[in-house]
Design a protein around this ligand. Structure first.
Ligand SMILES: *[C@@H]1O[C@H](CO)[C@@H](O)[C@H](O)[C@H]1NC(C)=O
Length: 342
């Protein structure tokens, strides 16, 4: 199945390229278009290195190993992460083993789309506050701890290449104490030419059924909240506004486009096509929930300077109604991030 999908993607993208890029009719034309391509690529690489240098100085994810190296690395506090680099576009991504969380996705132009909060601990003393963090097997508060345990533990590396990695989470003594089920989670991340693809596979390896909720509690960078619009099929949808009363209140969204001017914690059930539009960067980011992720949660701690509220928004890919998996069956959440221009 995995191979088929990989092949499908590879085949599609190469045939698409073959279709669009026409064979130059003269050698001179061929040389000039190659030169143009090379210079565009050099510009992109330069922009990316500059971005990485800036980020290093401002104390973000350390990249002391060099910007083009890939594979398993350690940050300055000894936490392990995998660095992916796309050989053609220069796009990069970073995935921490603690929590199996994608903490960075930089496109070929050098734009970072994923946020890590300034108050995040990157030394393993607590889950990483930021990135595409997992809430599993429980979304909010409930029988086990808030957001579940997947973000607290080190995932293991099952497979890795320059542009992709596959992480696994299996039961341990720690997880069994909270939730004694025979599960296997596999989280795959692939840096493709024009998007970052993720896949969360949950398998019930046991005989008894198990129930879970799941979310990617995704933090995205924002140049400033007043520059941000979130488009999608929000208008006319009911949502749970968790910040009203003790239990929250069901309300109806009337806007076509969401802007954030107050604290947000809203569950939009049945909305899974959000697009972030940042007038500050001139970029858009489509959150393509291709399978499994049915709902969107919008979260922002408006006014909280310590959390850096004005430079991120959480637009979460969620499966809010519990999934019930019979023994031997599986569930897949497929989400891709696709940058574009405004
Ligand atoms: C996760 O792995 C790191 C090493 O990368 C280690 O220092 C840390 O203690 C581990 N954390 C847990 C919760 O097992």
């Amino acid at each position: 199945m995995k191979l088929t999908i990989a092949c499908l993607i590879a085949c599609c993208s190469s045939s698409a390229l073959g279709f669009v890029v026409q064979q130059p009719s003269s050698p001179a034309l061929a040389a000039s278009s190659t030169a143009l391509f090379d210079s565009r690529r050099r510009q992109k690489l330069a922009a990316r290195s500059k971005w990485i240098d800036n980020r290093g100085i401002s104390g973000g994810t350390p990249t002391a190993e060099g910007s083009s190296k890939t594979g398993l690395m350690k940050n300055s506090d000894g936490l392990e992460y995998i660095k992916l680099v796309h050989p053609d576009t220069g796009a990069t991504s970073e995935v921490y083993l603690l929590g199996g969380v994608v903490t960075s996705y930089v496109d070929g132009d050098g734009t970072e789309f994923i946020a890590v909060r300034p108050d995040a601990k990157m030394d393993g003393s607590k889950p990483i506050s930021g990135g595409l963090s997992h809430c599993w097997p429980q979304f909010g508060p409930g029988a086990i701890q808030q957001h579940g345990f997947a973000r607290n533990v080190n995932w293991s590396v099952k497979d890795m290449s320059d542009t992709s990695c596959v992480l696994e989470l299996a039961p341990s003594e720690y997880t069994k104490e909270m939730w004694d089920k025979e599960f296997l989670c596999t989280f795959s991340v692939a840096l493709e030419e024009d998007q970052l693809s993720t896949k969360m596979l949950v398998e019930n390896k046991g005989v008894e059924a198990l129930d879970f909720q799941a979310a990617l509690h995704s933090y995205f960078t924002v140049s400033a909240l007043d520059k941000l619009e979130i488009a999608g099929s929000f208008a006319g949808k009911d949502f749970l506004n968790k910040l009203v009363g003790d239990e929250g209140e069901m309300q109806t969204e009337e806007r076509e486009v969401i802007t954030i001017t107050e604290e947000y914690d809203r569950v939009y059930k049945g909305v899974n096509d959000p697009i972030l539009k940042d007038a500050g960067t001139g970029k858009s980011l489509s959150v393509l929930n291709n399978a499994g992720w049915e709902d969107t949660v919008l979260w922002n701690p408006f006014g909280n300077e310590g959390m850096g509220y004005n430079n991120f928004v959480c637009v979460e890919s969620v499966k809010f109604d519990p999934v019930s998996l019979d023994g031997g069956s599986s569930w897949t959440g497929d989400m891709a991030l696709k940058p574009g221009s405004l």
